[in-house]
Design a protein around this ligand. Structure first.
Ligand SMILES: O=C(O)c1ccccc1NCC(=O)[C@H](O)[C@H](O)COP(=O)(O)O
Length: 263
């Protein structure tokens, strides 16, 4: 069983438990439901930098990234740095995140927040809206075409944007549909954790132009972004490169300043 299959298995058990604790109907009474979402895809279209800065304490590939990081301090720093959006890991078992982290980030920032988790049930889409997310992530490797359609249409009906993540052409082909806003290419091979931004470049021309293209994982230099921009990528999801430092907000600020200064 690969790591993604393992995560999905645990996630199913977690979601079933949650459904008993907070029924779907109760989610609709939570504050996020009355909040109007801010569109990440629009922010990326309008930006010359397009950084989606991620808050994560640890991950399967880096188990001790920044275990004691303060979510408000980091996400506030990312917003001040000029990030177009923020990604918050809410998975607890593998990433040390929580719904409280996203809730706290929502209190701190105005820019769009992507809920980074492993969506396998409609319950999680409603939950994302309830806690104040603007965007959900759907991972094509975890879902069939029918699920991608149902989950993305539900998210759109709640006013959220949808970022659909692929790692190969087969996943891309099954995911092309009008309820998707952004297509993210994950440069990380989740079987062995190798990262290679050439995956983004190779898939770029196969992504129809109506979708905002996002390159995810393993980005650690402004030169890599300048290169990916030549392939029409507008969004760049960066986690470890910022979170491994003592002050991720400052690290993002220096990175974005350097990116802006490059022709
Ligand atoms: O990061 C991992 O080890 C990982 C393992 C299994 C599933 C997902 C994983 N990462 C989630 C992400 O998508 C990344 O956190 C995100 O793209 C940022 O990547 P990076 O800039 O390389 O930290």
């Amino acid at each position: 069983m690969n790591i993604l299959e393992k995560i999905a298995l645990d996630k199913r058990a977690e979601v079933e438990e949650k459904k008993d604790l907070i029924p779907m109907k109760s989610l609709e009474l939570m504050p996020g439901f009355s909040r109007k979402c801010v569109s990440l895809s629009q922010q990326l279209r309008d930006s010359n930098t397009g950084i989606i800065a991620e808050f994560k304490r640890r991950s399967p590939s880096v188990p001790d990234l920044n275990l004691n990081a303060d979510v408000k301090q980091v996400t506030g720093g990312y917003e001040k740095a000029g990030a177009s959006g923020i990604s918050v890991l809410t998975d607890e078992i593998y990433f040390g995140g929580s719904m409280d982290d996203l809730f706290a980030a929502r209190e701190e920032v105005k820019i769009p927040i992507l809920r980074k988790d492993f969506m396998i049930d409609e319950y999680q889409i409603l939950e994302s809206k309830a806690i104040g997310a603007d965007v959900i992530l759907l991972i094509a490797a975890l879902l069939n075409k029918k699920e991608i359609k149902a989950f993305s249409e539900l998210a759109k009906s709640l006013g959220m944007d949808v970022l659909l993540e692929v790692h190969n052409e087969e996943e891309l082909q099954k995911s092309i549909m009008s309820s998707i806003d952004m297509i993210g290419v994950n440069n990380r091979n989740l079987k062995n954790f190798d990262v290679d931004t050439n995956i983004s470049k190779e898939l770029s021309e196969k992504i129809p132009s109506e979708f905002v293209k996002v390159s995810e994982s393993g980005i650690s230099s402004t030169a890599a972004i300048k290169d990916l921009q030549k392939y029409n990528f507008k969004g760049f999801l960066i986690g470890g490169n910022f979170m491994k430092t003592e002050d991720p907000g400052k690290s993002a600020e220096e990175f974005i300043r350097e990116l802006k200064s490059k022709k």
